[in-house]
Write a protein of this length. Structure first.
Ligand code: GLV
Ligand code: MN
Ligand code: MN
Ligand code: MN
Length: 406
């Protein structure tokens, strides 16, 4: 039997969830594609003799138990298998494939862990289906209440509770698991880099230092739906025009603040027809900044402009926060240990959100990044060279060995 590699596992993953229309991959949580990948993962874990269970929040865990089968002191790694619409092949899958291969490396090194090693797959990391990123880890840590999470709806109008129940996860079981979190000694997520720092530094792997604070806000604008041919220009209350003005304003506000990112990537006009003035428009804003006070000030500035523009366009606008994650610095002690284990790896912060960022306020957490020659992510252009992907798994194996033995 030929030995698996990160690349061979990624090739298997790449067969699932291709999006012919957008390019890349679309794997919303609990879609056919994501379910197939979850099943694939369980098969890979079982092939490796790992014990698989699924926690109350739908997080799949594959355990390499110590002989006593105690779950205390677990060293957890992993990532996610859901994707943004039209996403790349690496965001999420690289961390999952590398975790499995890191286990293979430890086995072939003859390592006997004294702490359980767990590979975890988190559901709805991207928030592409229910709007809240890192939904699995937020539920696990209590960062979102079960009531709010279960009531979230996808574009079809199905609630998270309904989708969970259809997929064998009892909605009554979701919520914080302090005992489970307390049993984790360390969480280490490996991820493809979502920028160009490692290209510029000419290194294959980095250690993560921090995650930029970030949040999502939903703007709902109501105007007056009407006929495109019979409604005079001066008689219109067109929410899509209001949205267009707001979006350029958001860019202006984002540009005026050093280190800020302000993005509108999703707009939903209703009813959405060429010859119909929209009656309402929803759009979503993603704001990020290292200083959470500045993020709040940016959102306050945007909110003020939204009401002025809405009034000028004869519309009504409301803005609601869907999620927020404060700027996170990873555990300095754990990071120091990784720096000792991987002395050649530079230390980098990231502007992207991860389950590691949510878990970091509850368990010692660290990240590894693997060079992405395109520097592009959330796009089919995302990439990692084969040699770098394999180097990432070796680095992860070194880290797991350092943390789980002794
Ligand atoms: C998730 O990848 C995010 O940073 O939005
Ligand atoms: Mn990711
Ligand atoms: Mn992502
Ligand atoms: Mn992410």
């Amino acid at each position: 039997m030929t030995r698996d590699t990160v690349v061979s596992l990624l090739d298997e993953i790449a067969r699932i969830g291709r999006d012919q229309r957008r390019g890349g991959y679309s794997r919303p949580v609990y879609s056919a594609a994501e379910l197939e990948l979850r099943e694939w993962f369980v098969g890979q874990a079982e092939r490796r003799g790992l014990d698989v269970d699924i926690d109350g929040n739908g997080v799949i865990r594959a355990w390499w138990h110590v002989p006593s089968r105690s779950t205390a002191g677990a060293v957890v790694t992993g990532s996610h298998l859901d994707s943004v619409p039209g996403g790349g092949a690496y965001d999420g899958p690289l961390g999952v494939a590398s975790a499995l291969i890191a286990i293979d490396h430890l086995r072939s090194r003859g390592v006997e862990p004294t702490k359980p090693i767990v590979v975890a797959v988190f559901p709805e990391e991207e928030g592409s289906r229910f709007g809240v990123a890192c939904l699995g880890s937020r539920l696990l840590t209590g960062a979102i209440s079960p009531e709010r999470a279960l009531a979230l709806r996808d574009v079809e109008g199905d609630t998270f509770a309904e989708v969970l129940a259809r997929n064998g996860v009892d909605p009554r079981g979701v919520g914080p698991d302090p005992a489970g979190l307390g049993a984790i000694d360390a969480f280490v997520e490996l991820h493809v880099e979502q920028g160009r720092a490692l290209v510029d530094l000419d290194r294959p792997v980095a250690i993560g230092s921090s995650i930029l604070g970030h949040g999502r806000w939903r703007v709902s604008i109501r105007g007056e739906g009407n006929h495109a041919g019979t409604t005079l220009m001066q008689d219109r209350r067109d929410p899509l025009v209001a949205a267009a003005r707001m979006i350029t304003e958001i860019r202006t506000i984002g540009r005026a603040t050093p280190d800020a990112r302000a993005t509108v990537g999703r707009v939903l006009p209703l009813p959405g027809a060429t010859n119909v003035i929209a009656s309402s428009v929803d759009f979503w804003i993603d704001v990020r900044h290292p200083d959470d006070v500045v993020t709040a000030a940016i959102v306050a500035g945007i909110t003020e402009r939204l009401s002025l523009i809405a009034a000028e366009e004869g519309c009504m606008a409301a803005i609601t926060e869907e999620s927020f994650s404060a700027t996170t610095d990873f555990d300095p002690f754990l990071r120091g240990r990784l720096e000792e284990m991987l002395p050649d790896a530079p230390v980098l912060g990231t502007g992207a959100g991860h389950d590691a960022g949510v878990l970091a306020s509850h368990v010692p957490t660290a990240m590894l990044f693997v060079r992405n020659p395109t520097g592009v992510s959330h796009s089919p252009e995302e990439y990692a060279e084969d040699a770098d992907a394999e180097a990432g798994a070796v680095a992860l194996a070194d880290v797991l060995e350092g943390l789980a033995v002794g």
